[in-house]
Design a protein around this ligand. Structure first.
Ligand SMILES: Nc1ncnc2c1ncn2[C@@H]1O[C@H](COP(=O)(O)OP(=O)(O)OP(=O)(O)O)[C@@H](O)[C@H]1O
Length: 312
């Protein structure tokens, strides 16, 4: 059974703003990445999941409970790390932790202590004196101190330095190994790449793509750049090749093309008849894939937009 279910959720704020017919499911033990440009609708979707907002249409469930109708129960199951942090400024970190422990009826503080140690957090300071990074760490400790089975993380590492970002990734991977179900909204590709099993891309309030992270890694379709030794070689290759060549750069005697592993031998046979300066693989990353959705109008030259890197 899916732990998180988002079913045809629409919240229309007018003028094209909001989320529209958003659907996805997250299975137990899965880390699901939610990527999208600013204003795409990530936070709105997450706030619906937390039961803070009632959808105009559609339903959302966590562990089978309707998130709007069972907000209090949801809080018990879920560790939520909001994108924008709000704390009572007059408290110290310790007082806030104590307050949250009482709220959650936690008496055994061993997990809280472990989290404080993991993230090297000094909780004796007044919250208003804390750096943004320390406030983020305090939010992490208090969001997960009750050891929830479901983690909902909205831009969790913003404000953390690279060492702590790395530590947060380790934390997510450990939680995943423990069977937790995790929704991670992020702008940081390396973080999503390192942790997520599946990734949804949201744009203008709509889910425009859903991919398995492995699909990117195991992609047998590859893109190559080839530079010929002379314009004659370039022309000779183009005149004879059986491959479709989406990118041609006559000024540089270069082509770019897609290829599956099985067709590699055929390419080398064709290239043996001409002189080549180099052939290089164009590495395809999650970032490339995302950027394609991020701005379809980005400037492309020589038909480069046709290079789809085999992701269909
Ligand atoms: N309460 C609201 N009233 C009106 N419009 C809203 C409201 N909340 C969000 N929106 C609009 O809905 C759209 C989606 O916003 P949302 O905050 O969900 O985006 P996001 O993907 O989380 O972006 P970011 O990466 O910048 O945090 C935006 O156009 C935003 O202005």
């Amino acid at each position: 059974m899916s732990v998180i279910e988002v079913k045809h959720v629409t919240k229309d704020y007018g003028q094209g703003r909001g989320i529209f017919d958003v659907s996805f499911e997250i299975k137990k033990g899965e880390v699901f990445g939610f990527l999208g440009p600013n204003g795409a609708g990530k936070t709105t979707t997450i706030r619906h999941l937390m039961g803070f907002i009632q959808p105009d249409e559609g339903e959302l469930y966590i562990n089978g409970k309707d998130t709007w109708k069972s907000t209090a129960l949801i809080k018990h199951d879920v560790g939520y790390l909001p994108g924008e942090l709000a704390f009572p400024d007059y408290m110290t970190g310790d007082q806030f932790i104590e307050f949250m422990a009482e709220e959650r009826h936690i008496s055994d503080m061993s997990r809280t202590e472990e989290l404080k140690k993991l993230f090297e957090l000094d909780t004796s300071e007044e919250i208003k004196e804390m750096s943004l990074g320390d406030k983020r760490k305090l939010a992490v400790v208090t969001a997960f101190m009750h050891n929830p089975n479901v983690l909902i993380l909205d831009e969790p590492t913003s404000g953390l330095d690279p060492v702590m970002q790395e530590r947060f990734i380790e934390f997510i991977l450990n939680e995943k190994a423990d069977g937790k179900t995790i929704l991670l909204s992020s702008h940081i590709f390396s973080e999503v790449d390192a942790t997520c099993d599946r990734i949804a891309i949201i744009k203008d309030g709509m889910v425009v793509s859903m991919i398995e992270a492995d699909q990117l890694k195991r992609n047998t379709h590859k893109a190559f750049k080839i530079e010929f030794s002379s314009f004659e070689d370039y022309e000779k290759f183009l005149g004879k090749t059986a491959f479709a060549i989406p990118v041609k750069r006559p000024n540089q005697n270069q082509v770019k093309m897609n290829l599956t592993d099985e067709k590699m031998q055929q390419l080398f046979t064709e290239l043996s008849e001409v002189n080549v300066n180099f052939i290089s693989e164009i590495k395809f990353t999650l970032e490339d894939y995302f950027m394609d959705f991020y701005d379809r109008k980005k400037s492309v030259s020589d038909g480069e937009e046709n290079l789809q890197y085999g992701i269909y």
